[in-house]
Structures are given as structure tokens and as C-alpha cells.
Design a protein around this ligand. Sequence first.
Ligand code: HEC
Ligand code: HEC
Length: 362
Amino acid sequence: MDRLDRIMKTSFGLQTVTKLLTGAAALASWGLQAELTEPSQAELQGYKALFKPALLPLSDQPRSAVDQAKVDLGRALYYDARLSKDDSISCNSCHNLEAYGVDNEQFSPGVGGHLGGRNSPTSYNAYAHIAQFWDGRASTVEEQAKGPILNPVEMAMPSAEAVIKKLKGIEGYEEMFEKAFPESDKPMNYNHVGLAIGAFERNLTTPSRFDQFLNGSNDALSAQELKGARVFVTKGCVSCHSGTLLGGQTYQKLGAVKAWPSDKDTGRFEVTKSEADKMMFKVPSLRNVEKTGPYFHDGSSKTLADAVEKMAWHQLGQKLSDAETDALVAFLKSLTGEIPSDYIAKPELPGESADFGDFDSF
Ligand code: HEC
Ligand code: HEC
């Protein structure tokens, strides 16, 4: 089984989450008095079951030549601003891989400085979500990747044909597509742009100390982080943020208990037009959340402490003590993983070879 299968198969379906909700309520009743003490060994075992399996590190299995060619093509396309109308914006402009896959802006400027209406989520670990975007309107990273290139407020290319025509004019891309899609009689097509970027994104994974904890080492987390883990479980955060990614697996209502201050963006309703989907958003993964602010689909929370307090209030109807907030934030910081620096290193892009440009160097 590859990594994705493993996460999908062992992660949490809706059913499990419902079971968890009841479980979390039970935990809450026996956890209440002792929330800010360290959990016992038995409790820690219980917590692990809520989040397992651990996130796997980037596979060091050798890839087939074709898979490697897809990943290399996807990496180049991810970094290539020439996929935008005026050569100014790449995927990496909004999802900076050195910066945990985000730009830390409330809303991201696209071509011409146009701003979209939603905060950019991280591209790390996104491949393992049930679907892509805050409202789930694309099912996979491969499908998702075809959107921004043509979106007028993002990369603003006029059409899929225009993208392919532009890529054909850049020396080196044609050969890369041929290597990546050797079976195809038309290797350079827009669908393959999505497939290649997706192949690259499927290895954007960031295991952290929390995974060492899930794999058995309780010392991987500090006493304060373990207290935070207890608050996370006993307060019921885990009823929505569960599984390997602490989220990414269900849609939930934003403002489940206390209404969210704005209903300008109705989330999944905009995709399905079903009343039941009003204010439903994909529960985001909390992996690397320390680094991915500002928070929420509307980028309305600047700090993690503020985001955590808003969640407790709007999703659970609770006010947290300062000590609880601090412990939760400490716990969430343990989800900050390691960036796969070699894998994400920006490659030399086709047609940008420095071979002939270096006349001044002697
Ligand atoms: C101008 C900024 C911008 C650019 C350029 C951009 N994105 Fe995004 N990206 C966003 C925003 C904003 C969202 C969320 C939009 C929504 O949910 O409606 C998003 C969502 C995503 C998601 C979904 C993540 C999740 O958790 O649901 C992925 C994956 C992603 N982008 C990858 C890419 C790739 C690959 C490219 C290049 C082909 C790209 N993006 C270009 C801003 C950008
Ligand atoms: C009923 C489900 C539910 C519960 C309970 C819940 N959350 Fe959330 N959480 C969500 C949803 C949905 C979002 C995305 C909201 C949005 O911006 O549209 C979210 C977003 C977040 C974010 C922002 C992440 C980002 O990348 O912007 C943080 C941090 C967070 N939750 C932490 C917590 C904590 C801590 C708790 C417990 C105090 C908690 N959540 C309880 C559903 C829930």
C-alpha cells in the first residue's frame, strides 16, 4: 500500500468520527477535574488511537524512471511563474514550500495584485485530505492544480490551450512531458500538467515529534505539550480534528455552537447549493499550524492563541482559561514538522539555463 492508501484506509471516516464524538464526551466527563495535569500512561495510549497512524516520512524507496520524471516535471511546474499570464506568479508564490506551504497573508495577491476571497491553505499534506479547497470543490490534488492557473485572480492564463502553447515555446518542457508520460501519444496536454504537479505534491509530507509520540515514544512531547494534548481531547477538539492529519477528513459547520461573525462566505453551500451545507467547511489539518497563519478561511485570526480561543467558543461554546490556551498552543506546536529541503529545492527551470549567460565571471 502506498502512503496515501494507508492514511485513507486507516484514517477516520464519518462513522468513526461520530463514534469519536461520543468518545470525546465520555473523556470530557472524566477528564474535567484533571485537565491541566499530565495524562496517565493509559490515557496516552488512548490518545494515540485517535490519531494513528503516524505520518510517514518522504519515501526513500527508489521511484521508477517514469514516476521520477513526473515528480521532476511537477516540481518545475510548481515553481514556474511562466504558468501565469504575466510571468509573475507561481504556485510557490502563494504556497511557499520553504515557508510551510503558505504566504502568511490574509488573502494572497495573484496576477496584477488581485486578491482572492479566501486564505491560502498549505500545500503540505494536502494530498491526503478528503478533497481540496475549503469547500472541497476539487477531489484530488491533480484536479485542484488545474484550477489556479486559469483563475483570473490567481495565475490568470486565458485557457488551457494557451498554457500548453506557452509551455511548448519553452525549450526543455516538451522533452520532460515525453519522459513523464511515455505511453501518451500527446504527452503535452493540460490534464498532464495537473497530473505532474499532483505527483510532486503527493510527497509533500512533514512528520514531526508528534509522530514519534504516535510511534511509541512518550518522551517526544514535553510535559506542557502532553497537558495540551489532554485539553485537546477532553474539550472535544478531537471530535473534528482527528486522524493522522488532525483534520482534513470531514466537513463541519463553522459556528457549530455559537454563530461565526460573518456568513459572507457560506463554504460548501456554494458548491452543492444544499441548505444543509451552509457554513460547512472542510476541517483543516492542524499539521504545521504554528507556521500557517493567519487562520480560518477568512484569515481572520492572526495568532494561534486567538484561533484556538475562537474554536473553543464557536465550535464548543466554551471559554478557555489562559493556562488551557497556552497548553493547547504548546501541543499544536508539536505538529510542526520537518520540511523536506532536498525534495523541494527549486530546480533550474527549462529554458532558464545559465550556460550561456555567464560571460562576466572572469
Ligand atoms: C494567488 C494565490 C494562489 C496561487 C498562485 C495558487 N494558489 Fe493554491 N490556493 C490558494 C487559495 C486562496 C486557496 C483556497 C481557495 C479556496 O478554498 O477556495 C488555494 C488552495 C489550494 C490547495 C488546497 C489545499 C487544501 O487544504 O484544501 C492546494 C493543494 C493548492 N492550492 C495548490 C496550488 C497549486 C499546485 C498551485 C499552482 C498550480 C496553486 N495552488 C496556485 C491560493 C493560490
Ligand atoms: C465541530 C467541529 C470542530 C471542533 C469541535 C473544533 N474545530 Fe477547529 N476547525 C473546524 C473547522 C470547520 C475549521 C475551519 C473553519 C474555517 O475557517 O472555515 C477549523 C479550523 C481550526 C483552526 C484554524 C486552522 C487553519 O489552518 O486556519 C484551528 C487552529 C483549529 N481549528 C483548532 C481547534 C481547536 C484547538 C479546537 C478545540 C478547542 C477545535 N479546533 C475544535 C472544526 C472544528
